[in-house]
Design a binder for this molecule. Structure first.
Ligand code: BTN
Length: 323
């Protein structure tokens, strides 16, 4: 995203009219440049109205992030240092790149726009600009990479707890780490780990939560999704919500560091969308396992009781049996 466009959008974020002339003067460009720049907003899923004699306005106010407000809401004891970027390819990719060069433990990078947001299994993560909360946290562990197998489930639990703390009921977890509401995806998690088998290791914990998705962004998503605006009343600001997500994530990371995923299993299963339900698990070799989802192991694996007995899985896509 060009710097001028985000500067203009910051001005228009109040949802009121701003004259082209004022905007042009403020940023030292021509009115034609303002018009040209704002016409690119449509490609980000934003609608900018232009009314003769009044100027430009967004179809709804844009709730932009502010690093200082988030840090203040988190308080001094927070383990996170929050950075807000206007636009980045992917917050996970950025943190992985930075980790190769310097110490990043506790750094949280949030972006208003990801131009190449990445989901699990090579999928694309779409949010548009300010339509979601897209952020990554870098965390170092004394343990090795094998001990991090339940980390993505722990992060999903943190998201669910944060949503509940903000007053939303009915948030569930779909193994391994989708956060859903009434069967629709609310948030997803992408964890990328590096390090030694016996430690130390580090993780980029990437979280994408649908906050208020523009219709144009919704049209790009090929699965059933829900955004927070549809299920939260009142809808907290994005700053408040990010602070709550980080608070919950910080607590979960503390618990995880002390005892791995084991102490979190019961809390995870209490929110498991498929607990004790008939499911099918599609494995990467396209074979299908059928049985009853019994919960999760301390390593984050999914336990299924099949006709042949109990089995545990570390990969696969779960769906309700027969649906
Ligand atoms: C999924 O497929 O469910 C995981 C989605 C993870 C998306 C988040 S958004 C912030 C971080 N940066 C990325 O590129 N991906 C993750």
């Amino acid at each position: 995203m060009k710097p001028l466009l985000i500067s203009l959008l910051r001005q228009l974020s109040d949802g009121r009219f701003h004259s082209g002339e004022d905007l042009a003067r403020q940023f030292g460009v021509s009115r034609a440049t303002v018009w040209q720049s704002l016409s690119e907003a449509a490609t980000l899923g934003l609608q900018v109205f232009r009314v003769r004699g009044r100027g430009y306005r967004l179809d709804y106010p844009l709730d932009l992030l502010d690093g200082w407000t988030i840090s203040e809401a988190l308080g001094d004891c927070s383990p996170f240092r929050v950075e807000v970027l206007d636009s980045v390819e992917s917050t996970n990719s950025l943190l992985l790149e930075r980790a190769r060069q310097s110490e990043v433990h506790g750094v949280c990078v949030a972006a208003e726009l990801q131009t190449r947001g990445r989901g699990r299994q090579g999928r694309v993560w779409h949010s548009g600009i300010a339509g979601g909360l897209t952020f990554s946290v870098a965390w170092q562990f004394k343990s090795g990479v094998t001990a991090l197998s339940g980390l993505s489930l722990a992060a999903g639990l943190a998201v669910a707890r944060a949503c509940e703390a903000l007053g939303v009921v009915g948030v569930k977890l779909k193994w391994p780490n989708d956060v859903i509401h009434n069967g629709r995806k609310l948030a997803g998690i992408l964890i990328e780990v590096q390090g030694e088998m016996l430690g130390p290791s580090s993780a980029a914990i990437g979280i994408g939560l649908n906050y208020r998705l523009a219709p144009q962004v919704l049209a790009e998503i090929d699965q059933a999704v829900v955004d927070f605006a549809a299920i939260a009343d009142p809808l907290p600001s994005r700053n408040k919500m990010l602070a709550e997500l980080l608070r919950a994530l910080g607590n979960v990371l503390t618990e995880f560091e002390a005892g791995g995923f084991a102490p979190l299993v019961a809390d995870w299963e209490a929110r498991h969308a498929h607990q004790m339900k008939q499911v099918q698990l599609l494995l990467p070799d396209r074979s299908v396992i059928r049985g009853v989802a019994q919960g999760v192991g301390a390593d984050g694996s999914l336990k299924i009781l099949t006709a042949g007995g109990g089995m545990q899985f570390n990969v696969g896509e779960v769906s309700l049996r027969g649906t």
